[in-house]
Design a protein around this ligand. Sequence first.
Ligand SMILES: Cc1ncc(COP(=O)(O)O)c(C=O)c1O
Length: 453
Amino acid sequence: MMIDRTRLARLLDRERDAFRERNPRSAAAYEQARGHLFGGVPMTWMNKTAAGFPLYLAEARGARVTDLDGHDYVDLCLGDTGAMAGHSPQPTVEAVADRFGRRGGATVMMPTEDAAWVGAELGRRFGVPYWSFSLTATDANRWAIRLARAITGRPKILVNSYCYHGSVDEVLLVVGPDGRQVSREGNVGAPVDPTVTSRVVEFNDLPALERELAYGDVAAVLMEPALTNIGIVLPEPGYLEGVRDLTRRYGSLLINDETHTFSAGPGGCTKAWDLRPDIVTIGKAIGGGIPSGGYGLSAEVAARVEAMDGLDLVDMGGVGGTLAGNALSVAAMRATLEHVLTGDAFAAMTELATRFTKGVQEVIDAHGLPWSVTRLGARAEYRFTRPAPRNGGESNAAGDPGLDDYLHVYLANRGVLLTPFHNMALMSPATTEADVDLHHEVFAAAVAELVAS
Ligand SMILES: Cc1ncc(COP(=O)(O)O)c(C=O)c1O
């Protein structure tokens, strides 16, 4: 089944017109902001919209969002995982109100007891015992790779092609069409060409990984156990075991970035698949929406860091932020981990994501579309290629911005939000079967209109 591009363009125009018509207050707010905000938005990525301007937030609770024009949405975007706990979950709200309001103090430069509780819980979940906190996953990755370089004495970081680990200089490179490693297109103001600091290979490619590790200059492999930022790309049987064996054999550390793959369960893929990384990094969801992140070190890595002379770990040595690990952030993490993103919650979220995947697959099959849908625990994503891509390069080649935009606006006009950067749907503890079914109803209608003869 080929997509008729003329038809797609006509439908997309119609949906964009309807979006403009439906959202006059968001349109006006955006227009007004253009005089004061760079690009008209609080952060330039908020211009990633299918319809020309962003919807403005009025309220959000659980799996629901209300925009400035008063429309309610089933939110399957959930802050691109930052709100996987649901928006403003009650235990987190209470912990934040208690810490910041009743007891007072967010940024005090003094530890609170919550931090050790969170460290112990993350250790229990992810299997690495010694934790340090950040406010973003980006910073967790930055600081983890600095420690990895320090203790190995090696200069380079190895990543997978079309990975995303935040705006970390070392990760912005891909395997180009001719197999050469190149800076990612559009890389803004790179301090040096990333091939100086990094190596990159395709996911699921152990021979390439071995070839690059054999240079002996890789401090750490920084990876997601499944790619999630170029669609979901799952590891093939034996791949992750192979990565662990090779990193050990060539003396490189293994860092699992669980920021998105946390969707796989209470301890992310690391726990679900019994992985043994040296360092785990995480951010986004663990604070229930309050900026939070962290990195956990194995006992061996922690001992190696501590055995080194001359590392400035307390002042201006490059690892740390004044507001990192603040009392408010760790209170939010504690409440979210203790009461919201629990084992039971993950079981229910995974069941819903399975329902989501099944419904999408039925629509794909009904029309014989060459598309696929992939799930990782509570998260699912459709991609316009079949079979599902086995690495980032393949998945990138299957990108279809016109189809993305059409489905995103069509869904938004009918009360369903997907993540702007993906065709990703994430389940929170507050998401319901009815929410998933609404997506299916609208998705089926969007596809039916697209393929009608
Ligand atoms: C796997 C992964 N790591 C790190 C990050 C960076 O997170 P943040 O932008 O919150 O720092 C992201 C963001 O999407 C991510 O997907």
